[in-house]
Ligand binder design. Structure first.
Ligand code: HMG
Length: 464
């Protein structure tokens, strides 16, 4: 049975913070953000927007574009780590908003929950909904999986330049036009970790930045190894002598907390896969140094990070590796197009991976690449921590979807915030009514109740 992504829609807030302005205001070298991390703009939510209305806006876009009515949808799952309530799922707000357009009770047959596991939960939601369809429970209906988040860090922290916001809605069914998931190869890794977490009541996360970078790489590698075992055992991928499974994955989409993390992950995974192959000898000759190993190769992440001699040499090795023709070719062909949207928008937590997919499709199509039959690999990571690696193949009808993709047009006219305006929003100094932008044909937040008996009730309207 074919199961996969039929269509994909995005909602990105129009307000943004320019990385150069930000760096100057914080006394940083703008090149660190633009070249070092690959960040040029960060999308910021207006005072009358929240993760629920971004999710509803993305759902509405996909339903309207595909002429769907609520009876075509059997499940609506929301994956987010920007939860609005300890108990009430974000789905109910989203359904409430959609019913303002489609009619009261129009979604009452539809099931769904809010899923949480930092940035990886959207991938779990996609997998679970695909299996709902595979199990024959869908009754010809589609599922919508919507991922929506606001990446918000403390002012002045090193996470502050990796913020962003947005939502991606994906229509999943058994007649997909875009991408079919490869069956029986989805693989995961999981471990109790404190790389990035947000205790109850705290609006911003506690982050151990360098630890999180390395943990991400290790967890994704573990999931990739499990994927490899399954891909070989099922015969999905049959590498020839001297090849790796990565040679058989045409495009890679990695979780992108910032766009250069994708490049870091590619370098890490290629090093792992290529070092056992004949091609590595030539690459080592070009790099001109042996691959460094930590003093304690079986040590912890902390011991590796504290091994400054290793870290310096490893950094130098990676830099040289990423300049080789072999790396560059792979980077240009498999990854680079997926990073463009992240540079323009920032981290979207759960939605980052899927914005990357969106970006890869749009910009590869613009380059004139024939995408039909191409295998896309996904490296999903969520702090705390879990990774999921899976893959899919682009279907013959993909052009029907991809031809109309236009990131800039879909975001609409973007409006740059001054540092002062951004900080007012960040510190919640404005009420929902003190919004910066007028909106049309979208859901907005108009009020959050404060009275004890209705505290936290949120009111949304559709600005038709
Ligand atoms: P940092 O310490 O500010 O930056 O933290 P850095 O010192 O690592 O520098 C970054 C890069 O800029 C380096 O390049 C520097 O060399 C370069 P690299 O060595 O990596 O290739 N650089 C420059 N380049 C040009 N000109 C310059 C210059 N100066 C330096 N002048 C960090 C960066 C990402 C750690 C920080 O921003 C942070 O803590 N962010 C939040 C956490 C995060 O994003 N972690 C990523 C992995 S965990 C994850 O992805 C999960 C997450 O999405 C949450 C979830 O799952 O829910 C976060």
């Amino acid at each position: 049975m074919t199961v996969g992504i039929d269509d994909i829609a995005i909602y990105i807030p129009r307000l943004f913070l320019d990385a150069r302005d930000f760096a100057e205001a914080r006394g940083m070298d703008p090149d660190k953000l633009q070249r070092g991390l690959g960040i040029s703009k960060m999308a910021i939510v207006d005072t009358n927007q929240d993760p629920a209305c971004m999710a509803a806006n993305a759902c509405l876009r996909i339903m309207q574009r595909d002429n769907m009515s609520p009876k075509d949808i059997g499940r609506l799952y929301v994956a987010t780590e920007s939860s609005l309530d300890e108990s009430k799922a974000m789905n109910s707000y989203v359904i409430g908003m959609l019913e303002q357009v489609y009619g009261e009770g129009s979604f009452e047959h539809c099931g769904g929950i809010e899923c949480k596991f930092a940035c990886v939960s959207g991938s779990y939601a996609l997998y679970d909904n695909s299996n709902w369809i595979r199990a024959g429970e869908a009754d010809e209906k589609s599922a919508i999986v919507v991922v929506s988040d606001i990446a918000k860090y403390d002012l002045g922290s090193s996470g502050e330049y990796t913020q962003g916001a947005g939502a991606v809605a994906m229509l999943v069914n058994d007649k997909p036009r875009l991408l079919e998931f490869d069956p029986k190869v989805t693989s995961t890794s999981i471990k109790n970790e404190y790389d990035f977490y947000r205790p109850f009541g705290k609006e911003t996360p506690i982050v151990h930045g360098q630890y999180s970078n390395l943990l991400y790489l290790i967890q994704v590698k573990k999931a990739l190894m499990a994927y490899k075992e399954k891909a070989l055992a099922t015969g999905l991928i049959k590498p020839k002598e001297g090849e790796t499974i990565l040679d058989h994955i045409d495009f890679l989409n990695m979780h992108l907390p910032y766009s250069n993390m994708g490049k870091k992950a590619l370098a890490y995974l290629l090093r792992h896969e290529w070092r056992k192959l004949p091609r590595w000898k030539k690459i080592i000759e070009k790099i001109g140094m042996e691959e460094p190993t930590p003093k304690d190769p079986r040590g912890t992440i902390e011991s590796v990070l504290a091994d400054t001699d290793f870290m310096t040499k490893d950094h130098e090795f990676t830099k040289k590796f990423t300049k080789t023709e072999e790396f560059q070719e792979t980077y240009d062909a498999k990854l680079s197009s997926s990073l463009i949207a992240s540079q323009m928008i920032g981290n979207l937590y759960t939605a980052s991976l899927y914005l990357g997919l969106r970006s890869s499709l749009e910009f590869e199509f613009q380059k004139g690449t024939n995408l039909e039959g191409k295998r896309v690999g996904f490296g999903s990571y969520g702090s705390g921590s879990s990774a999921m690696v899976f893959s899919g193949v682009i279907l013959p009808r993909y052009k029907e979807i991809v031809k109309d993709m236009n990131l800039e047009a879909e975001i609409g006219n973007r409006v740059k915030l001054s540092l002062e305006e951004y900080e007012e929003i960040h510190e919640n100094k404005r009420s929902p009514q003190e919004n910066f932008l007028e909106s049309k044909k979208e859901f907005i937040l108009v009020d959050v109740e404060n009275a004890p008996e209705s505290r936290g009730e949120r009111r949304y309207v559709y600005n038709g």
